[in-house]
Design a protein around this ligand. Structure first.
Ligand code: NAD
Length: 305
């Protein structure tokens, strides 16, 4: 049985830990914050319930996820260590340096970074060949696609190991062949977000209209027909004709729009502060969480059927 250690129990850690445990790994998890460790049991239970609703087979043989009080205890004897701590290069390097002192030479190291090139993290560690990107999508216990990213020094055997592990737990590995910032998922998402924010900021459409247009006009379709297949469905001649006048009109700013920076400066960060682009009461937040998890579960079941 693979012994996995998960470092970081914030937004991503609990869902990842629950998914790996249900997939049959022996999982120990750790967070530097005592509050997060205390909250872990509840968050793990929530993720387990959703995995049950998804019908994911439970290969855990009833073994519980263990919450360690120290990093050393968490990674002791691990075959595989995944960090999912905040998106800061120095912090990730510091953690891997510490982990390398504590684990066996054969232990595989993985980072859930959203887009820091793996090569940059490798530059700070002693054995870069065993370090690989394992970029989960949020919520990690629901979204089945995981990007596997090789840094310049990652050994091909480690990439293969990671792909096989992801397949063995019933999920969908996608190998990113070049270690570009943002990998693939976030490059596509951020291109979309930049255009959306710009259209709202220019007054082309209101925020409700934008969300309806993208979710029902594009998102719903893309869940069934990927963008490359969609090009074939629409016709490459049509893409060429539209792209020839439209591409030059699209937003290409390299900074972040004031529409966003004004809000972040005034503490309007979204759901976590009760207000962002929309406003949220605690009741509305609970309702949205339940509704979104339920709908995502039901859509995934339909797409996999
Ligand atoms: P988060 O801030 O919600 O959680 C990070 C956790 O790490 C916190 O609980 C914090 O206490 C803990 N932590 C900080 N320093 C630590 C240390 N030295 N040792 C142990 N624990 C420590 O962050 P998150 O959203 O879960 O993101 C984690 C990583 O996953 C980031 O690299 C992020 O870019 C990536 N990611 C996030 C999402 C997302 O949608 N949130 C999606 C995919 C990937």
């Amino acid at each position: 049985m693979t012994k996995a250690a998960i470092i970081g129990l914030g937004t991503m850690g609990p869902g990842i830990a629950a998914t790996l445990a249900r997939g049959g790994m022996s999982v120990t998890a750790y967070d530097a914050s005592a509050d997060q460790r205390a909250r872990a049991a509840q968050n793990l239970a929530l993720a387990q319930t959703v995995l049950g609703n998804l019908g994911v087979p439970n290969k855990s043989n009833g073994s519980e996820i263990r919450i360690a009080e120290t990093l050393a205890d968490c990674v002791k004897g691990a075959d595989f260590v995944l960090e999912t701590v905040p998106e800061k290069l120095d912090l990730k390097i510091e953690i891997f340096r510490e982990v390398e002192k504590l684990v066996d030479k054969t232990c595989i190291l993985a980072s859930d970074t959203s887009g820091i090139p793996i090569t940059k993290i490798q530059a700070g560690v002693a054995h870069p060949e065993r370090l690989v990107g394992m970029h989960w999508s949020n919520p990690p216990h629901i979204i089945p696609m995981i990007e596997v990213v090789a840094g310049e020094k990652t050994s091909p055997e480690i990439v293969k190991w990671m792909v096989d592990v992801i397949k063995s737990i019933g999920l969908l590995p996608v190998v990113v062949k070049k270690d570009v910032p943002g990998f693939v998922e976030n490059r596509v998402l951020y291109a979309l977000m930049r255009e959306c924010v710009d259209l709202v900021d220019q007054g082309v459409i209101d925020v409700e209209g934008l969300d309806t247009c993208v979710s029902w006009g594009i998102g719903y379709k893309l869940a069934v027909i990927g963008p490359m297949a969609l090009l074939d469905m629409a016709g490459l001649d049509i893409y060429q004709a539209v792209g020839s006048y439209l591409n030059k009109e699209l937003c290409n700013r390299t900074d972040v729009s004031k529409y966003v920076t004004d809000r972040t400066a005034s503490g309007k960060l979204g759901i976590k502060t009760g207000s962002g682009i929309f406003d949220y009461t605690p009741e509305r937040i609970a309702e949205l969480r339940e509704q979104r998890a339920r709908k995502l579960v039901s859509v995934r079941k339909t797409l996999q059927s």
